[in-house]
Write a protein that binds this ligand. Sequence first.
Ligand SMILES: [Fe+2]
Length: 180
Amino acid sequence: MSSLTIYQESSPKPLGVFTETQDIGRELKSIGVRFRRVDASVALPDGAGQDEVLAAYRSVVDAEKAEHGYNTVDVVRIKPDAPNAAQARQKFLSEHTHTEDESRIMVEGSGCFYLHAADKVFQVVCTRGDLISVPEGMRHWFDMGPQPLFAAIRFFIRPDGWVGNFTGNAIADLFPKYEP
Ligand SMILES: [Fe+2]
């Protein structure tokens, strides 16, 4: 189940927890993050490749590209037995920013975004059918969990725009890791 937990940036004690899509969307909108559910009822075969995933979500992908200026999309998929699972988890587990939006549709499994806005941290567990767009420059980190299992459609404006700029702030260590 998707959820949002809000914290003060200095404490891992939750200030509030939301599980209804409209509540999550409203709270995230207040910090400039787009969040909504898209129709993810298309069952993807186990070995579905990028083309099949994109075909299944074509209408929402095309609408996102047109509305927000994304030029390219791809599909990233990771399973617990992937040889690079531990490194992949580690890679974005520290606070960073990007020079373009980090926009995703989760199409399989789950993952957890932590968004650092003003003096708060918004922990968003994303599951199949969630569309989330973290705006350019927002401090955040991402935890795919100890047994990573997710597939996401990713949207890009510039091919090189989605490089992580790490802030050096160890804030991520203060908050609970994602343990689905
Ligand atoms: Fe990121």
